[in-house]
Structures are given as C-alpha cells and as structure tokens.
Design a protein around this ligand. Sequence first.
Ligand code: NAD
Length: 401
Amino acid sequence: MLSAVHSLIDSVGQRLDIPQAVIDQLKAFNKEHAFDITLDNGKSFKAYRMQHNNKRGPYKGGIRYHPDVNLDEVQALATLMSLKTAAVNIPMGGGKGGIAVNPRELNEAELEELSRKYVRHLQPHIGSEKDVPAPDVNTDSKIIDWMVDEFGKLSGAADVASFTGKNIANGGSAGRTAATGRGGVIALAELLRLMGKSDENFTFAVQGFGNVGSYFGTVAEVTNPNWQLVGASDSQAGIQREAGLNATELQEFKADRGRFKDYMSDDTQIISNEDLLGMDVDILVLAGLEDSLTAQNMKNVRAKYIVEMANGPITSEAYDYLTAAGKVILPDVVANAGGVIVSYLEWLQNKNDEHWSEDKVNKQLTDLMEKAVQDMYEAAQQDKTDLKQAAFAMAIKRLTA
Ligand code: NAD
C-alpha cells in the first residue's frame, strides 16, 4: 500500500518539477515506533505509531485495532494523513497508529490494559503540541478516554487536547461521530454543484455501512433528499431495494449488531459484496476498508461517481482503469477528511477552553470542506488531471513550500 502512495507522490512531484531530493524527503518518516505490547496474562500484540510529517503542525491520525494491521499499512495511512491535513489546509501534520489485534477476542479489562500500555510506551512522543491521536477502525471514544486518562497520569497533568475523539463529557466535540460521513456528503454535494449537477436525482449504494458509511447515508437523507440510497453492505453481505432504503433505520439495525445477511424487509434482496460493488447506481460510496476495487472487479463497476470514504479503497491499477473509463472519483484525501477536520476543531476548542455547538462545528466543517473541493476541482481543470492528482498536487505544494 505504501508503494502505491509513494508512486503517486513521485509522479505528481515530477509533474510539478519538484526536485527528487525534496520529494524523497517528503516520503521519509520523521519517527517510527514499532513495539510489542504484552498483557499481564501473557498475550502479546504488535503495535505501531508512525510520525510522518509535522511541518504544518502536530502529527495527527487515528489508532486502528485490527488483526491485519501491519507496518506497511500504518506507514501508508500516516503518509496519507500528512497529505490529507495539507489538502484541506488545517495546521496539523500526519501520523497513524495501530495494534494488530482483533478487539472482539479481548474482554473489556484486556482492551483497557492494551490501550493504556500503548500510551505508556508512547507517552514521551505524544501530546497536544507533538502528536494528537484519534480513533480509527474498531477504536472509539471509550478507548480514547482511557488513553487520555493514562496520558494525564503519566505526564502529571491532564492534557485533554492530547487526543481527539473523546466523549463529549471528557472534552470531545459535538459532531465528531458523524463528521467523516457528513464531510463526505458535503464534499460530494460541492463537487456535483461545481459540475452543474446539483438538481439531478441520483441513486447511491454504500459499501461498508459502519460509522462512516452509515452517517454518510443518514446525513444525505436529510441534506440531499434527491440522492436515494438503494444498496448497503457490511463485511458479510449486502442488501438492495430499488424503491429505496431508509438509512436511519439501517443505522439502528447495525447499532443493534444486526447483519445484513439476516435483514428482512419487503422488496429487499440480500446480495453479495461483489454484487453491491457492481450495482446499477449513479454513485458508489466505498466506506469499508482498503483495496476494495481491484483489477479483479473494476470492470463490474457501473456507477459514474465513486466516493473514496475509506482510505485507499481503490488499487492504482483499478484507479487508472476507472478514470480512463470516464468515472469521476472523489479521492480519499479530501472525501474522508471530515473526521480530521472536526478532530482539529476539537483540539482547537480544548486549547481555548471552549465548547462549541454542533451547528457551529458543522458550519466550520462545511466551510473548510467546500473550500478544499473548490481548490481541488479548479486545480484539476487547470492542470487537466484527475481529482486525486489535483488533491495530491495541492497537498505536496503546501508540504514542500
Ligand atoms: P467501521 O468499522 O465502523 O465500519 C466499517 C464497515 O465496513 C463495517 O460495517 C464492516 O462490516 C464493513 N466492511 C468491512 N469489510 C467490508 C467488505 N469487504 N465489504 C463490505 N463491507 C465491509 O469503520 P469506519 O470508522 O466506518 O471506517 C471505515 C473506513 O473509513 C476505514 O477505511 C477508515 O480508515 C476510514 N476512515 C474513517 C474515519 C473515521 O472517522 N471513522 C475517518 C477517515 C477515514
């Protein structure tokens, strides 16, 4: 995964006439932490924190708990974070963390011990002015609250701005849980507006109806009623209903640990994950994990617009094929930046000892996201490139200025 991110940085860097030494410097990591965490019961796990670039502000990036977490993935995601914070122009850098663990196989006490030991190892390297981690896949505000608590104990003083994604009662921001999904809706709406397509009716399907995917659906339901949700999937199966699905109801179904393979409702068909990716819809939202569209399935995609809500859900080969086939791909570094934008707003509120209303947070998110989409779109038109190349160019210029 890292090599794909690097080759895109290389090609954009060359197009911008940036000296290769400067590009190599941009690709390098400032600090890499790879270590083992052993629980009191002897279970041991590989853990990582990659601190990629802090030229524009403290490292910023989530901590993922997943059995597939590995060095290459964390490095790639850390690099993408530096590009993302630069692309949406917030004063933060890029980092990423993870533990190779299936959290469902741990009980609550083990999960807490693991989370606290992660912070114990990294304590000298994190903090509100150094590195500000956040939740990612399978981590949530409860885990972040343990981490903030541990960090405070070790540092001798509470520093709530050292992590984002906390519970509201513990200094979290209103609007954070929905922020990534909401940001994706704002970004897509702005792109469609720039393309003169605001008033058209669209159908859409969401691959990966988790935090990001479900909020994409529920926010769109309210703000963009001319987009009709007709398909959704989780890791085991998808569902499809031509007459439309209710995103709010599906979000509740998933919150009750429902699985789409067991979903029952009138006119709703259970379909495979691959069928969902090939559905006859206008918009395909990819909100699962990396590498969902590959050389194997890229030819099945029928949607005209693809939104990369997950990080790197399309391999480079599939990306080139789909772009050449005339698909419009809203790239991850902008599409899913809503989470890091509101994380930045949480950090800002904590530092100023403020607590903003959800309306205020959403307004700032909207302004930052719309500006990023406008800049990216303009750069793509000017340089005659696709949107990902344009977003990378925008970010690389800021990071190497
Ligand atoms: P999540 O665990 O809440 O949801 C992921 C969903 O995808 C789950 O419903 C899972 O069942 C489903 N899934 C996994 N593999 C799938 C497959 N092959 N086909 C269909 N569905 C599949 O995670 P999330 O927080 O929603 O994150 C989703 C993606 O968005 C990740 O790539 C993450 O890095 C990225 N992202 C998340 C945030 C955030 O704020 N949560 C911010 C930026 C990017």
